[in-house]
Design a protein around this ligand. Structure first.
Ligand SMILES: *Cc1c(COP(=O)(O)O)cnc(C)c1O
Length: 464
């Protein structure tokens, strides 16, 4: 009998294998050496225990494990139909925004430099004018995200004072983060008014004390209380705030700069309406319905915005140059009135139903037996209620193994494809897929589903 240890290569020989040599160039020598050592140790252990090495050649085992060295953050195809999908990176960017971000990254810029005077400038200067023109507000600044914009607003404007908020608006915004917890970090005291389902303007009025400094409205972006409900209209809160010399802060979350209703969607509060209604500061995200890079925008009256800009926390929350460039390029689409055609989230929202149906049909044909086009709904965000989103046409697939297995196989695709499951069917919504990615979806479906008709595909289906 041959010595089974002899069949195991040395680390050096293993590294020289033609399968493995390219891995070192891609991932670095040390990482690959570590994997090679681990594999050989395990193989030796196996020989010790059983008297023979595993059947898989060690080089293949190394290649498999080197998958873990791939860059963790990868492009994915979103077929969930959820346009603003926080877990999948929210808004895809316009070409102009992508270009602006690359250009800002590639070289130096006048980020904090006044080209006219040759002296220090402000990074806030690049967005202020655009935001003012688009929102109609007196002043505006942008920081890293909306959670930090809210924290900054409360820290700069309400520290040590009381802020009144409706009990129905003490919301969790996902990932376990709760608005009240974020707000408490500011040193402001939250005072809940009204009840979970009904809050009137008089509830705010009755709760005002000499310590009250602001009224805060928080939009319930990811849920809705329906039925016997009442909330105070923003215009009434605006009047109350002016009368009692308080600030009105309005966290509207998604930050629609365009009206959502013409697109068959539930009404989302618009930034411009909040400004008109008299909010002193309106807060919203840059990467939800604005459709730009991650950012938190505060637009409102000059005094509170300047106080926010001067606050030390502003330095800790400042946006990076690429994001500023990308947000500026995104906002320019709105300034030019072309956002529905150029900003991807609005292009998706505006996609005509017949086009979606045709694309879903192509996907269904690629998937073969068990697949069909069905009527369904796309959603703006992950928390949208069933039946609320926009009408869409979906590719619906039923398989013998059940939708979970097919969903997992699609996630293992390169690039990963993320679908949704409803009532034992796998649903794929073309609305959230750029048409240039359709071929990748079709190819994956053909490879994974079309097992009934093609005998060579039958083997693939066991490889889950
Ligand atoms: C999403 C959301 C936030 C958090 O915004 P980020 O940009 O994710 O930090 C805060 N408030 C509301 C109402 C939201 O919808």
């Amino acid at each position: 009998m041959t010595n089974p240890y002899r069949s195991l290569p040395s680390v050096e020989r293993l590294l020289a294998d033609e399968l493995i040599a390219p891995l070192a160039a891609r991932h670095g020598h040390n990482a690959v050496v570590e994997i090679a050592r681990t594999v050989l140790d395990e193989y030796r252990g196996e020989v010790e225990r059983t008297g023979s090495a595993p059947a898989q050649p060690p080089a293949e085992a190394v290649v498999e494990r080197a998958h873990a060295l791939r860059r963790s953050l990868r492009r994915a195809i979103n077929v969930t139909g959820i346009v603003i999908h926080t877990n999948l990176g929210r808004a895809p960017l316009s070409e102009a925004a992508i270009e602006a971000m690359a250009e800002a990254g590639r070289g130096y810029s006048n980020l904090e430099f006044d080209l006219e005077s040759g002296e220090r400038g402000s990074r806030y200067s690049h967005l202020g004018g655009l935001l003012r023109r688009i929102t109609g507000a007196e002043a505006a600044i942008a920081v890293n995200n909306n959670a930090s914009a809210l924290l900054l607003a409360l820290s700069a404007l309400a520290q040590g004072g009381e802020v009144l908020i409706s009990r129905g608006q003490m919301v969790e915004i996902g990932g376990g983060f709760r608005i009240p917890d974020v707000m408490r970090q500011s040193g402001a005291t939250l005072v809940e008014v009204g009840t979970t389902n009904r809050t009137y303007t008089r509830d705010y009025a009755e709760a005002i004390t000499e310590r009250t400094v602001a009224l805060l409205r928080v939009h319930s972006s990811n849920f809705r209380v329906v039925g016997f409900t009442e909330s105070a209209p923003l215009s009434e809160l605006g009047s109350l705030a002016r009368e009692r010399r308080l600030l009105l802060l309005d966290d509207i979350g998604s930050g629609a700069l365009l009206d959502t209703r013409p697109y068959g969607m539930f009404e989302e509060p618009m930034v411009q309406d909040s400004v008109v209604a008299g909010a002193d500061v309106v807060l919203f995200s840059g990467d939800k319905l604005v459709g730009g890079p991650q950012a938190g925008i505060a637009a409102g009256k000059s005094d509170p915005i300047e106080a926010m800009q001067r606050h030390p926390l502003a330095r800790a929350m400042r946006m990076d140059k690429s994001s500023i460039a990308g947000l500026a390029a995104t906002l320019e689409h709105y300034a030019r009135g072309e956002a529905p055609e150029t900003v991807p989230v609005w292009r998706m929202i505006a996609a005509p139903l017949d086009k979606l149906r045709r694309r879903a049909g192509k996907w269904a044909r690629a998937a073969g037996e068990g697949a069909e086009v069905v009527a369904g709904r796309s959603m703006i965000g992950g928390g949208t209620l069933p039946g609320e989103g926009q009408e869409s046409a979906l590719c619906s697939i039923a398989t013998d193994e059940g939708p979970t297995a097919l969903a997992a196989a699609l996630r293992a695709n390169d690039p990963p494809i993320v679908a949704r499951i409803e009532r034992d069917r796998l649903l794929l919504d073309p609305r959230t897929v750029d048409p240039t990615e359709d071929r990748a979806v079709e190819a994956a479906l053909r490879a994974l589903c079309a097992t009934d008709s093609t005998p060579e595909g039958a083997g693939d289906s066991t490889e889950r």
